[in-house]
Design a protein. Sequence first.
Length: 595
Amino acid sequence: MFHYVRRSLKWKLISIITAIIVVIVASIGYFSYYETSKTIRADVERFSRQVLRQANLNLNRYYNEYEQELLIIGSSKEFRNWLHYDSDDKLELVMAYYSMRSNNMDAFLEQHPEIMSITLFSNKGVQYNYAPVYDLDKDYDLKAEPWLPSIVDTGKFYIHVDTSKHYLNPDGTIQPLHVMTMAKRFGDDGYLKMDISLNTAQKILSEIHIGARQIGVISDDDGNILVHPEGAMIGSKLDEDIVESIKSADSGFIFHKKTDEMIIFETIPLTHWKTLAIVPYHDVAGSIDKVRLVTILIALLGLFVSVVLVIGVTTSITKRLTTMRNIIKKTQLGRFDLQVEVSGMDEVADVGLAYNRMLNQLEGSIQQLTDSKLSQQRAILSALQSQINSHFLYNTLATIHSLADLAGQREIENMAVALSRMLRYTSSYTSEIVSVEDEIRHLTDYLQIIAIRFTNEVTYQIEIDPACADADCLKAILQPMVENSIKHGIERTGKPIHLDIRVGKLSSSRIFITVSDNGIGFTDAKLAELQRKMKGSDTWSKYNELVQVGLLNVHYRLNMYYPDGLSGIGIANEPGGGALVTLTFPLAYNRKRGD
């Protein structure tokens, strides 16, 4: 029985397909769980980044407004006068203070109720406190703040988060509050300080909804928690593993294995603090196990149904395959007159029909293959016969160069060198891509030869943006442009011609090259004809027509290599006469180039 199974295609198929289905079922169970987890993590990370960026924008906007208000107060004439009044100038001090409140403070504090107080302090010993929400302790002295000596007059604001014990309840008892302090020193004259409640930051973070138990936290670079939904956590420190991860980047994603949490963080630009969204992984991926279980159950049911169907289908297939195999064995002995009996309309029937057609076409295919090989050999022979030995050309040009040098014929010498470089450039087929600098160098060799040929009748100027010199460029796209100007300029009119070639950036991602001359330009009919052909979409069918015209050839090459719909050639006439050709293509670097 085992020997029969080994020789029976039917049972081989049943065994193989069953094994494949079992492997697929196991793979689906594993990869479904793995890919679902991976996808959920990526989605949570992407969504969290968007939410955190929006939260950071809001926080940054608030902090900018606070800074701007302090700067407005600090730069006001009243504040500058206030700083210079002595403590005995009570009337002037009070008038300047209330003028500042009327002009700047009251309206701003009405818009920002989260501001706890604004303190004005001069180095003449005068201190005024404006606290619209909570009263400040009457004994509060800014000079006693331990962080005050660390403020230097650098133009930057000092920002500090701590628990303040200087605010009082209506009954006069101390109300400890978590506040963010922003302070600035104004030369040697004094200070401005603003205390801001953390309620606004906590409210913004509370609007982050990613998971059922997610929380939003703000910390500094050292991992000290500045804002937390639980006030008791403010001032504590993040886990050292988290601190090390967030120190080295402005934003990112961390999976904290110790707590099985996903942590997404972004940096607030103004303060350089980190905003963190901490999401328990099981809140997001709780349904993965259920998905995996349902997938396995469905796969097992499919396995049972599949095995039943495999047995029935395999029996039908193998019966006809056995008959076909007997015919093929006879064909191997030279019986090409036998035909497979075809029944049914499935793939096995198609194989039988195909085999019968193969037998009928076998002789024609053999003849066609023979003719194809012969044509290929003739093409290779023709190519070898028409090929010029490049080393022979280079050695000949080197000999011409040496003879011109000995004879003192500098023009012949320069022409031989330029032609040799052009031949080396165009005969290298290792890559279609070169640098813009190489393409300009090749064009310069061509222009040197043209200048020698026409003796002061051709002048040119080349300008290239240094940032574009090493950009990628299709090989040999500029020479046809210049050759077109020479052909339709000096060769047709006999008048001197001047060429301007410019290379620069069209945008951060695109490059342009313009070739303009002072010739007769395009006729209206020729311009319309070329523009019509360049707009044609059926470039493959018109290839033979396109390659006969330099402009169209280059346009075709650019379109084929850069199928972005934005690359190609634009042609026009200069307002003062002459033709203008503009090539545009993507700005790219470091592509693999041929030697």
